[in-house]
Design a protein around this ligand. Structure first.
Ligand code: GLU
Length: 321
């Protein structure tokens, strides 16, 4: 039997969903920084170590927050660091019909309701932790057909009082969420009509058959909420891998909101304005991710480093970093 037909037979035996599919899902709100590159590298490595697919999803649903030019800059940076994706880049903003379908499905649970409390109201009333006032006082369930016609100046929230308070992370092990802040009801559709992150991310991960989610530990708190939506939709949850955050010298998580240096700035400004190469940036990230750094790696190009780690990557080392 030729190699080609054998391959064909194998893929026939394995349903598509059995394939390992991971993703990197940046929001186009600025250029990549060390923290987001670390999430990209870890998600790539964990997928490729298993001969899986690695997809890119641009989370551009909130057009107001999008920074012009950042999609190009993110994709160019990924390629220049030797991270090449499978399939076409997926744009979240093109998937709104599916988001609508998913929220209608969730509405069948009877747990959606309209909430017109402002952030200020919630801050004044209960120190920023939502007290479920609209759920309790109005008792107004939003049905599937009312998703678009409910009171226009209200968000659609979901009753999370029966939600999960723990999950098993593949890197951080058992995680529990018991504070009032973590257990509060959350928004699926904002009052401006935009689908909220929790709804869109679950809908898109299901749509793209993502079964392994690797991302920064800043999103840990969202995971029980997302798992709750998977259960309502009766879909299999992905396995989660939350990687440790890279912090700055003030111990703040690197993010666009604290104006963390972009990769280009890191390449030029590190070490008192001495230029550092992309390979060195990449090796710092592998070091952060707990991997062993052989001295011979310093002379390799970014793609060569990536290829070296496809063979030598060990996810279990991440916890020790
Ligand atoms: N779009 C999110 C971000 O850029 C990531 C979402 C996720 O990985 O679930 O922080």
């Amino acid at each position: 039997m030729s190699r080609k037909s054998l391959k064909h037979n194998i893929s026939k035996q394995n349903p598509v969903s059995a394939q390992w599919i991971g993703r990197f899902a940046p929001s186009p709100t600025g250029s990549l920084h060390m923290g987001s590159l670390a999430a990209a590298v870890a998600s790539y490595m964990i997928a490729k170590k298993q001969q899986g697919k690695w997809l890119i999803r641009i989370e551009d649903i909130d057009k107001q927050r999008e920074v012009i030019g950042s999609v190009d800059s993110i994709l160019t940076d990924l390629e220049s660091y030797g991270l090449f994706w499978d399939d076409e880049v997926f744009y979240q903003s093109k998937n709104e019909q599916w988001h609508q379908h998913v929220i209608e499905d969730i509405a069948k649970s009877g747990w959606l309701y309209a909430c017109d409390c402002s952030r200020k109201d919630i801050l004044e009333r209960s120190e920023g932790v939502y007290d479920a006032k609209c759920r309790v006082s109005s008792n107004k369930v939003i049905t599937s057909t009312e998703i678009n016609s409910h009171c226009p100046d209200a968000a659609i929230k979901i009753n999370f009082s029966h939600g999960h308070d723990h999950f098993e992370d593949q890197i951080l092990n058992e995680q529990s969420f018991t504070s009032a802040m973590q257990k509060q009801d959350f928004i699926l559709k904002r009052r401006d009509g935009i689908f909220a992150y929790q709804l869109a991310v679950v809908a898109d991960d299901i749509h793209q058959n993502i079964n392994h989610v690797v991302r920064g530990a800043d999103i840990l708190d969202s995971t029980p909420k997302q798992n709750f939506l998977y259960d309502i939709l009766e879909k299999t949850k992905p396995s989660y891998y939350h990687i440790p955050l890279i912090t700055d010298d003030k111990n703040l998580k690197l993010s666009k909101s604290i104006n963390s240096p972009s990769l280009k700035q890191v390449e030029y400004l590190q070490d008192q304005k001495k230029v550092i190469t992309k390979s060195e940036v990449l090796l710092k990230i592998f070091e952060h991710l707990g991997q062993k750094i052989e001295s011979s790696l310093h002379s390799l190009k970014p793609r060569e480093i990536i290829e070296y780690y496809i063979d030598n990557w060990d996810t279990k080392l991440i916890i020790n970093s």
